[in-house]
Write a protein that binds this ligand. Structure first.
Ligand SMILES: [Zn+2]
Length: 400
């Protein structure tokens, strides 16, 4: 690298650091500014003043500045005059930092390029990811090409299609009536991972895969609800409720969790496998992209078969295979018969069973299978398969 290029890189690095510092302060400042619009203490006669000038006098220059602001302005943000509506965010069962993020987004105080430009902190209001128009909160989280890619792969794609106004709090309140609480939580966490990806791109020039981001959103919510679960399970409901989480196998056994995710549009499926010991320690994780011809159970059976192949390759002897497909579990356990294509996969699984001295298949709820599910989702964004024996890459570790 030439000395000039090195200097340019250092300046760029310093500028980015400065921008980050300014952004952090900006968040604090702007929240305070909103709350500090002064009102007279005593009753006074009404008169027209030009709010945008220190002396209250209109000038062409200040008028021009305001016109520019209005031209590129964000949609009106929600104000506290909407009373207790903020409860829609605060009562969610998600990490505190994500609630605070959602509150800032709905208040329009995230350090978007548009907001920083209005504060004269940066020169360009344009979105760095798509280069199409000003980056306001709605653009960054919903309408930017990069954000759309995430929403379109999301389980909430339908809700996203239905986003009507650019008032985030209003939309959350509307969704509250039509979506389950878990879906609202996923929606808010999805907004958060989109902002996370936006920052990764703007500050580190990293492009994150949409499926990986969605897996992260699900994993964050799942992990958070599990940390809360013991409190909820106290008392008499303990017996009635299914444990809301994965249970390790008995000593000497390994547990193989398998799942498949599908993308109808691209006719692809992603397979995910995770193998853990009785301490819950992850021995292996694997992801693979496959075809999807329309039968979800078929691809879930395919994931089961692949999971057993990996376990066989590792020379495991006592295994419990867990799937969230009741059909697949019943077919392998011969509680049910089928004449569809799925029997080919089940026959392969029956043959593979012979390679283990102890073998069980269990049907579990989706929440007990969320690691395999997250991996399967991740696989959708991949072009090749991967099997890791320890040394898990960071994006996998996050899910595990
Ligand atoms: Zn954009």
């Amino acid at each position: 690298m030439s000395p000039e290029a090195k200097v340019a890189e250092l300046i760029d690095k310093e500028n980015r650091w400065k921008t980050e510092v300014i952004q952090q302060n900006f968040l604090k400042d702007d929240a305070e500014e909103i709350l500090s619009i002064p009102l007279p203490r005593r009753e006074m006669e009404d008169k027209v003043i030009w709010h945008y000038d220190k002396q209250g006098r209109y000038s062409v220059k200040s008028g021009y500045q305001v016109a520019l602001k209005l031209k590129f302005s964000d949609p009106p943000s929600c104000s506290d005059s909407r009373g207790n509506n903020w409860g829609v965010i605060w009562k969610l069962n998600i990490p505190e930092k994500i609630k605070i993020f959602a509150w800032k987004a709905a208040k329009n105080i995230l350090p978007t390029a548009g907001n920083l430009w209005k504060r004269k902190i940066i020169q360009e209001a344009q979105c760095k990811r798509c280069g199409e128009g000003m980056e306001n909160t709605w653009h960054a989280l919903i309408s930017c090409k990069a954000a759309k890619k995430v929403w379109q792969s999301s389980a909430l794609a339908n809700a996203f299609q239905d986003m009507r106004s650019s008032d985030l709090l209003g939309e959350l309140m509307r969704f509250q009536k039509i979506l389950s609480r878990a879906d609202i939580e996923l929606l808010v966490t999805t907004l958060w991972v989109i902002w996370y990806a936006r920052n990764k791109f703007v500050f580190e020039s990293l492009k994150l895969d949409p499926n990986l981001l969605l897996a992260k959103a699900e994993a964050v919510n799942e992990a958070f609800s599990r940390t809360k679960a013991p409190n909820l399970l106290h008392g008499e409901n303990l017996q009635k409720n299914k444990p809301n989480g994965w249970i390790p196998p008995p000593q000497g056994w390994m547990k193989i969790n398998v799942d498949a995710a599908t993308d109808k549009e691209s006719k692809c499926s992603g397979l995910g496998v995770v193998i853990r010991d009785n301490q819950g320690k992850c021995m292996a994780a694997a992801i693979k992209k496959s075809k999807f011809t329309g039968d979800v159970s078929y691809v879930k059976a395919e994931a089961a078969e692949w999971g057993l192949c990996i376990a066989k390759e590792a020379g495991l002897k006592a295994v419990i295979l867990e799937t969230d497909s009741l059909e697949v579990a019943d077919l392998i356990n011969k509680r049910k018969a089928s004449s569809a294509e799925i029997v080919w996969r089940v026959q392969e699984i029956q043959a593979l069973k012979q390679d283990f001295s102890l073998f069980k298949v269990k049907h579990v709820s989706r929440s007990c299978n969320f690691c395999a599910h997250s991996l399967a989702k991740m696989a959708l964004g991949r072009t090749h398969s991967d099997v890791w024996w320890g040394n898990f890459p960071p994006e996998i570790l996050h899910v595990l």
